[in-house]
Design a protein around this ligand. Structure first.
Ligand SMILES: [Fe+2]
Ligand SMILES: [Fe+2]
Length: 359
């Protein structure tokens, strides 16, 4: 008989190892099963053979489980066996072409020359736009009150909030694609990429500043509320949800611009101790990189999110959600030299949006 704790561990182990194990009910059948599991697990490497042997032995000698250490040892063994699709170290990709395509490390001058249209503002036109704008404005009030000019701490909170919309939108569009058995129109990957990019922002700021316990608690509470609110909002109105994300990004640009001003005024030291994660992710110049460069890079990403989310909202309004059709058309036009511009919000965007407001 197992002692209760050991028995629980083994049940958990059985669940984790393979669903097939649930069929092992009697010693006679388990031996047949050991063979089939071992055969399945044996692959080209010696380590997998040893794992298979370990697994087989474990099942065969399950009655000899005496303590938690046996189970822990088995887990250790199994951890050495990484499924082949996982055998690569994922390197998150930046969202902007300027970072992806850079042949040489980016200097401060390079970062400053990225045209992000820092003051671009989507003028609220429809009632949905106005609701979205008010939601974001109201979110800013507690943030301003709580963080004041603590921009580094504010950035940590901001990124935990900003990393939610992309993931929620991707989840819901994924489920919709499954339900309707239709292609998602090319959105999901971009949305997931956006969420990952925001998470990289957070990972970067965490290297610069360690939030205190109270701030961590606040992040947990805000996340619990924000994820669910945004999820419901996206279910009710994806166009408002994307507009909210667009305005949130506009706000992020304002916050990071204020952050830059504080550095330039000398109120925040422009440290040269830039973490590796930032240097590698944005391809910064290791010799010259400073905190200011990181803020410039993050702000440029936020501008990309601003443009994408406003664009997504517009697509929903226009009922032209399939991105692929327009991408094909734009590239076809580019090939036939009828246009020089591949994509992106151009200088006239604000004027166009303003005109819409008047009409
Ligand atoms: Fe961000
Ligand atoms: Fe963002």
């Amino acid at each position: 008989m197992f002692r209760p704790a050991t028995r629980t561990s083994f049940l958990v182990l059985k669940r984790d190892l393979t669903p097939s194990l649930q069929y092992v009910k009697q010693p006679s059948t388990s031996l047949i099963f050991i063979k089939s599991i071992s055969t399945r697990l044996i692959s080209t490497t010696d380590s997998s053979k040893s794992t298979a042997t370990t697994l087989g032995n474990t099942i065969q000698h399950q009655n000899h489980f005496k303590n938690e250490n046996d189970v822990a040892r088995l887990h250790e063994e199994l951890l050495k066996e990484i499924p082949s699709p996982l055998l690569r170290i994922p390197h998150p990709k930046p969202v902007r072409d300027e970072f992806i395509d850079a042949k040489t490390p980016l200097t401060t001058k390079d970062l400053e020359s990225i045209d992000i249209k820092v003051n671009l503002h989507r003028v609220p036109v429809t009632l949905a736009d106005k609701i979205a704008f008010q939601i974001v404005k109201s979110l800013r009030i507690p943030a301003d009150w709580f963080f004041k000019k603590k921009y580094m701490h504010r950035a940590v909170m901001l990124e935990t909030v900003a990393a939610v919309p992309g993931m929620v939108a991707a989840t819901l569009r994924h489920l919709r694609s499954l339900r309707k058995m239709q292609h998602d129109g090319g959105w999901i990957e971009h949305l997931l990429h956006e969420a990952e990019n925001e998470r990289m922002h957070l990972m970067t700021w965490m290297r610069f500043s360690q939030p205190n316990l109270w701030e961590r608690f606040l992040v947990a509470v805000v996340q619990g509320g924000w994820y669910n609110i945004y999820f419901l909002l996206y279910l009710l109105s994806p166009k408002i949800a994307h507009r909210v994300a667009g305005y949130l990004e506009e706000d992020a640009i304002i916050s990071y611009t204020a952050f830059l001003n504080e550095i330039d005024n000398g109120n925040i030291p422009n440290t040269k101790e830039v973490p590796d994660i930032a240097i590698e992710y944005w391809n910064l110049d290791r010799e010259t990189a400073t905190l200011r460069d990181v803020v410039l890079a993050v702000r440029a990403d936020e501008a990309a999110h601003r443009d994408s989310n406003h664009h997504f909202s517009d697509r929903i309004i226009l009922k032209r959600e399939d991105l692929r059709e327009d991408i094909r058309r734009i590239f076809a036009e580019a090939e036939s030299h009828t246009t020089n511009k591949i994509a992106g919000i151009n200088e006239a965007a604000t004027a166009k949006w303003a005109r819409k407001e008047k009409s």
